[in-house]
Write a protein that binds this ligand. Structure first.
Ligand code: NAP
Ligand code: MG
Length: 496
């Protein structure tokens, strides 16, 4: 059985106390690999490695074109190893093979984008900033420094790349800590990175407990920036722990996004869209459309079609290309989701589909839809992070907006309508980071992604996402050569 090591300063090593933890396949409970469990000492070594690499200028001082070339090498390595990475992702995360294949493809594609962005000169020359009017002003974008990157278990490789890509493009040196539940492809990524020309210490990958090594990374004074994706609860802890040296933070946290179907929507397409929005990756997507808002005029017909469509979904082995719904990540998540199903019933919502599961061999829950839901119910307010959709009826566009915004979260959401203008009016009023019109889940490398309210702080992707890993610096070059013409000449300086 493969034993994965920590990747620190360009070397693969055991954890300082030799401990490992198991990588488990959620489809059957089998152990698929052993992963080194880093200690606080190891986390500190990884930070030192990144700090030394950053301070030496080996990466931040490298020509932009050269940095771009090396990031592209990582992208190419992912493409070359796509088959193996896909297989491991399915085995480690319970992702269906179709989703995992797409994730690996998109990981390489995103890195390709970040490689191009690494070559872009983000510095600006700004005219006329001086009082006296005679100066040159340069606004430089400089790397933020050492970045600790902490990722969740739902899109393991993709999340790792979405963090490493912009950080490297900005010139940062990094320590990546993937979720314990899904560390395998991050460890594989370390092996691929090791085969490129990336200088040692620029990327360090350590595996282990968030509560221990995550806490160390977030509070270590040699770390300048934290990029985190995960639960809102842990995001709040990170914010507190990062306060010691006022680290820059980006938090991508939870969601409970509204998927709004208007009475003029294409019925068949919006039913398909509702299924995709809610049940992609067993509903374990932060931006998932987990609150379905349906106009009362089309409600009965829509619900009937939704029920029929879901009855065709196949739950089972994620390696089977025909499977639509694989297992949830682990026993803990299984229990959490089943508990929410119990809560929904107790709150008086009705079950349209599903409501059942089995954890005998793997953790499978049938796609579950609750109807007769009131937005105040816990199943409508709390993030369940499993295959559970709640449906709420509304009578006009104002009411849809009101319900959609009645949430502590604000990450994604959609409007399905035959009238772009009407949909646009609603989109503008939603307090959320992304709104799709007649689409769902589609993220673009070039468009910022992130949350309003308790869904997070900051944005990923696009120029905004790269800027999150930079500091801006203003350099003023004064061109007033005569000291008596300096704007401060008549202030405090004695004239003799
Ligand atoms: P999580 O429990 O918050 O864990 C996320 C990561 O943080 C893991 O690597 C975890 O390590 C680490 N961690 C845990 N405690 C920590 C601490 N005190 N200090 C530093 N790091 C710590 O989230 P999850 O259960 O893996 O993922 C599900 C959640 O992520 C959902 O709420 C979902 O909405 C959110 N999510 C958000 C987005 C987004 O873009 N907004 C995307 C995907 C997921 P270990 O678990 O390995 O101990
Ligand atoms: Mg696993």
């Amino acid at each position: 059985m493969e034993k994965y090591l920590l990747y620190i300063n360009g070397e693969f090593r055991e954890s300082s106390d030799g401990k490992t933890f198991d990588a488990v396949n959620p489809a059957n409970g089998e152990v698929i690999a052993k992963i080194s469990e880093a200690t606080v000492e190891d986390a500190r070594a990884a930070v030192k490695s990144a700090r030394d690499a950053f301070d030496s200028g080996v990466w931040s001082g490298m020509a932009r074109e050269e940095r771009s070339r090396i990031i592209k090498q990582i992208s190419d390595k992912i493409n070359e190893n796509a088959k193996q990475l896909t297989k491991l992702e399915v085995m480690d995360s319970g992702s269906t093979v179709r989703k995992a294949g797409e994730d690996v493809f998109l990981s390489a594609k995103s890195l390709n984008y970040f490689s191009k962005m690494a070559a872009v000169d983000m510095n600006e020359n700004v005219e006329g900033l001086s009082k006296a009017g005679v100066s040159k002003n340069i606004i430089r974008r400089e790397p933020a420094g050492v970045a600790a990157l902490i990722t969740p278990w739902n899109f393991p490789l993709k999340m790792a790349v979405w963090k490493i890509g912009p950080a490297l493009a900005a010139g940062c040196c990094v320590i990546l800590k993937p979720a314990q539940e899904t560390s395998v492809t991050a460890c594989e990524l370390a092996k691929l990175i090791d085969q490129t020309d990336l200088p040692k210490g620029v990327v360090n990958i350590i595996t282990g407990k968030g509560s221990i090594i995550g806490t160390e990374l977030v509070s270590n004074p040699d770390v300048d920036k934290v990029g985190f994706t995960g639960s809102t609860e842990v995001g709040k802890i990170i914010m507190k722990n990062a306060a010691g040296n006022l680290k820059k933070i980006t938090l991508e946290c939870g969601g409970k996004s509204a998927n709004i179907v208007l009475d003029d929507a294409d019925m068949e397409m919006s039913v398909d869209g509702a299924v995709y929005a809610a049940f992609y990756h067993q509903g374990q997507c932060c931006e998932g459309g987990t609150r379905l808002l349906v106009h009362e005029k089309i409600y009965d017909e829509f619900i009937e079609k939704l029920k029929n469509k879901i009855s065709l979904m196949k739950t089972g082995d994620p390696m089977d290309k025909k499977t639509d719904c694989g297992p949830v990540i682990n026993k803990n998540q299984y229990d959490t989701v089943m508990n929410y199903i119990r809560i929904g019933k107790e709150e008086g919502a009705g079950i349209l589909t599903g409501g059942t599961g089995t954890d005998e061999s793997g953790f499978y829950i049938e796609p579950t839809v609750f109807i007769n839901v009131n937005n105040k119910m816990r199943i409508a307010q709390e993030e369940i992070f499993g295959p559970v959709l709640v449906v709420i009826k509304f009578s006009d566009d104002d009411e849809a907006v009101r319900i959609a915004n009645d949430s502590i979260f604000g990450l994604g959401g959609a409007v399905w309508s035959g009238n772009d203008e009407r949909a646009m009016k609603i989109a503008e009023r939603l307090r959320t980071g992304t709104v799709w019109i007649n689409e769902y889940h589609l993220l673009s490398d070039r468009a910022p992604f992130g949350g309003y309210k308790q869904s997070g702080i900051g944005r990923e992707f696009g120029l905004d996402g790269i800027k999150e890993y930079t500091e801006s610096k203003h350099i003023h070059i004064d061109e007033v050569k005569d000291r008596s013409k300096k704007f401060w000449y008549d202030t405090v300086v004695p004239k003799s």
